[in-house]
Design a protein around this ligand. Sequence first.
Ligand SMILES: [Cu+2]
Length: 201
Amino acid sequence: MRSIGLAGALLVGLVACGGGGGDGPTGTNGVASVALNAPSLSLLVGRTDQLVATAKDAQGNTLTTAPAATWTSSNLAVATVNSSGLVGAVAVGTSDVTATISGRSASVRVTVTSAPTSVTVNMPGLTFTPFRATLKQGGTATYVFPSLAHNVIFERVPGAPTDIPGQVSNQSITRTFPTVRLYQYSCTLHPGMDGEVDVVP
Ligand SMILES: [Cu+2]
């Protein structure tokens, strides 16, 4: 009882001191710092990702009444950012994206990379691995068929490569993907054996 009472008294004292001291590094509108929803971003060329900035007071509490953030990018040739914090990956490289609220700011490093121009899809067990292969537009996917026979039948969409039909084993077959979109395919010999190729700019 006695120790609980002491702890309670100490806690009240600390809160009172923090709240009444007024000596914290608080900027205008009570904003002491800015927090971002991601410590860093990694994006493929042509992709976007949403950053969210939150204003904090000197105690680390979210300030819902703070003004909206303004956004800047240190290297617009690599990454852009719009007035809502939507980051666009332009070209391979790095850029620091900064959100500023009432004179306080926070930054994240954005790393932009290019998708590979070729990928290999293996078939361990009854799976395509990787399930989703990301590929640069015009790139190739090589399907490595093991001793257990499979096939590759693409969803009928514009730009889909020619199927690899029948029962294929012990060989590698390559397909080219000239069009940007997500291609889904299946092995019709094994229900549920599905894969995707995500073709990006
Ligand atoms: Cu199969």
